[in-house]
Design a protein around this ligand. Structure first.
Ligand code: TZP
Ligand code: MG
Length: 204
């Protein structure tokens, strides 16, 4: 979970998901999450198959947002679920012990519960204001990362409004990974944007 964690967003992407994922893995990104909010199931399945192959060939982990059925169908490495998605305990039963489950949390209580329920890592969200996910909720600020870091031992991936100016603060607060969507996929140089995050991380 260390470093930059990539999430697809075909709506914001300039170059498309396939190109973005190729860029991410060519930069050495170790985790790619396929997130698609509007596609039909068949389209999602097909795209997930293709993106999953790219990740497997590159030696990167491939996770699916929300959809356990798609994760099972394409034999992804795991899922990422939110507070209104499949409960972590049930997801674990369906996926088995060998798969990765990430859980989005918005406060300390959710974080402690997710760890107890066997999450492999937490998505701490949203740290800052973001237009990418309108229903993300009120920004928590980096204090939430510090608070969760003190009480929870699984890796923390911070998300929401993260850019190259605030990412160092997020790492320093105790995040293992960061995810930034709009300031990567909506830009012309996706690899360059990812590398800038990786350089920040190296410097800490
Ligand atoms: N979950 C919480 S905030 C968010 C998601 C998927 C969107 C983050 O996007 P950005 O563009 O990095 O703020
Ligand atoms: Mg979700």
């Amino acid at each position: 979970m260390k470093g930059y964690y990539f999430i697809t967003d075909s709506k914001l992407s300039r170059a498309g998901n396939r190109s973005d994922v190729l860029s991410a893995v060519s930069c050495g990104v170790k985790i790619v999450q396929y997130r698609s909010k509007n596609a039909e199931t068949r389209e999602m399945y097909q795209e997930a198959l293709e993106l999953g192959r790219i990740c497997r060939d590159a030696g990167s982990l491939f996770l699916i947002n929300d959809r356990l059925d798609i994760a099972l169908a394409v034999e992804a490495d795991g899922v990422h679920v939110g507070q209104s998605d499949m409960p972590c305990l049930r997801a674990r039963r369906l996926l088995g012990e060998g798969k990765i489950i990430g859980v989005t949390v918005h406060n300390l209580a959710e974080a402690i519960l997710a760890e107890e329920e066997g999450a492999d890592y937490l998505g701490v969200s949203p740290i800052f204001q973001t237009a990418t996910k309108p229903d993300a909720g009120k920004p928590a600020g980096i204090r939430l990362i510090e608070e969760i870091r003190e009480q929870v031992s699984i890796p923390l991936v911070a998300i929401g409004g993260i850019n190259h100016s605030n990412a160092s603060d997020v790492f320093r607060a105790g995040a293992d990974g960061i995810c930034a969507i709009s300031c990567v996929v909506a830009e012309a140089n996706v690899r360059g944007q990812i590398r800038r995050f990786q350089d920040l991380f190296e410097g800490i």
